[in-house]
Design a protein around this ligand. Structure first.
Ligand code: FE2
Length: 465
């Protein structure tokens, strides 16, 4: 019997060709110890004391085979702002995989997301399996890269990826970044969890989920205000290996977008490329469940044709039995292996829980993937200038003490901005204004590659670590 898939390797898709993926400001950078930065424009407000941190992929070794952007080791880029000064630092998240590859001096664990594309990849997979069987690699310590997001809950800062458990991170007084270790919540969350858990600021509870390639494909769970994980709620009404990246929480509900992307691990094993498949002819659904549900028996599903929400910016309930969702809808999601061809439209969806009626509108036709939640105030716009590109921007509220009342949008927005012509990265801070006037720009000691999600932690959170 011939095995043509072993002898005829398919051509590499550009999305996993190392030379295409790791170019320009996607190329990895070296770590940077805490370094004071020059303020090159304006003045850093003394009212800000906190740290802005952005997570993103940054492979520590040259990949040996196909490499997808999402497969770089997590690197955190932080800038500590205090008393008008700025301290920048870049460090890897010291995951189990990072340590294995670091100690070996080469990528010991093969890239799984980019798929097995030929005999070389299969060989690396078999060698890794052999190492696992002989105890050189532990299968229980996770192989996640912690490269997607940063979340602060249970009084802890976590670097997260949806294929593994979170890694605890600490920011030192000097502005350095330390990895404390992988966190399994006292053994109650033993496999993986979303990189987008949601915290209810009123109650202190944290809501989360995990996707898995075998039944149950989706599992919902929550942590009480003390950080204690409650029982899993398997969502058995999902009957295929769905890919849910983000979800929404309202006062009474948890909201799950079941989009047309699915996990397809067999595709990878059969050398068919990435283990993610798109079914563009299927109809996406939104699943809504009581957020304190103990089973999925009362979960309701709503068909929403063409609504493939990868990120949810916000969700809330109105006074007329409606649930409002604001999310980035991935148009042309069948191009998900080449994100350049996907357009992200910011849309608002209302589901009437009494009548089942769904109404939709487009907030912004401008392609926006990583939206921020204060949509009531999302009326301002700034172009960073030619050849300049930003990342996820974060709102930082004005710290005026408890006595003085502030408007909801009193504060600043922060982002790393990269100038492709000058090959220079800066932190730009824009004030409350319809044109987002620049308050201060800081020249960073190195470049910050384009990455994923970030966080801003104030003085209170820093003291809790
Ligand atoms: Fe995300």
């Amino acid at each position: 019997m011939s095995l043509p898939f072993l002898t005829n390797s398919p051509p590499l898709h550009p999305s996993v060709e190392t030379n295409s993926v790791l170019t320009g400001n996607f190329a990895p950078v070296d770590k940077t110890p805490p370094t004071e930065c020059l303020v090159v424009e304006g003045e850093l407000p003394h009212s800000i004391h906190g740290v802005y941190i952005r997570n993103g992929p940054n492979p520590q070794h040259q990949p040996l085979g196909p490499h997808h952007l999402f497969e770089g080791d997590g690197m955190l880029h932080s800038i500590l702002l205090s008393q008008g000064r700025a301290i920048f630092c870049s460090r890897y998240v010291k995951t189990y995989k990072y340590k294995l590859d670091h100690d070996a001096g080469f990528p010991m664990i093969p890239n799984f997301l980019s798929g097995f594309n030929g005999l070389g990849d299969v060989g690396r997979g078999i060698v890794a399996l052999g190492r696992a069987m002989t105890g050189q690699i532990s299968l229980t310590k996770g192989f996640g890269l912690a490269n997607t997001s940063l979340k602060f809950f249970c009084n802890t800062l976590f670097a997260m990826v949806e294929t593994d458990l979170p890694y605890r991170i600490r920011i030192t007084e000097e502005g350095d970044i330390k990895t404390i270790g992988r966190h399994d919540f006292d053994g109650k969350a033993p496999v993986n969890m979303t990189a987008h858990p949601k915290m209810d600021e009123e109650t202190g509870e944290v809501f989360a989920f995990r996707c898995f390639p075998v039944v149950p494909y989706l599992t919902y769970f929550r942590f009480d205000s003390n950080g204690c994980k409650e029982k899993d709620v398997p969502i058995f009404s999902i009957n295929s290996p769905t890919y849910v990246h983000d979800f929404g929480i309202t006062e009474h509900y948890a909201i799950f977008p079941d989009i047309v992307l699915e996990m397809a691990p067999m595709d990878m094993i059969m050398l068919q490329g990435m283990p993610v498949k798109c079914w563009p002819n299927q109809v996406p659904h939104i699943g809504i469940i009581n957020r304190y549900a103990t089973s999925d028996s009362e979960m309701r599903w709503f068909e929403v044709p063409g609504f493939n929400a990868l990120h949810m910016s916000n969700a809330w309930e109105d006074d007329q039995s409606g649930i409002i969702i604001v999310a980035t809808n991935a148009l042309k999601i069948e191009n998900s292996h080449n994100l350049d061809k996907v357009h992200f439209s910011l849309e608002k969806l209302r589901i009437d829980m009494k009548t089942g009626e769904i109404t939709r509108s487009v907030f912004s036709k401008r392609s926006l993937e990583l939206g921020s939640p204060n949509v009531s105030y999302a009326v301002a716009f700034r172009s960073y200038g030619g050849s300049c590109f930003g990342g996820e921007v974060l709102f930082v509220g004005m710290d005026t003490g408890d006595e003085i009342e502030c408007d909801e949008d009193d504060g600043f927005v922060v982002s790393y901005v990269h100038n492709e012509k000058e090959n220079e990265s800066r932190l730009v801070m824009d004030a409350k204004s319809s044109t987002l006037d620049i308050v201060a720009a800081v020249k960073l000691p190195g470049t910050v590659p384009y990455g994923f999600h970030g966080i801003f932690l104030g003085q209170k959170e820093l003291q809790m670590m």
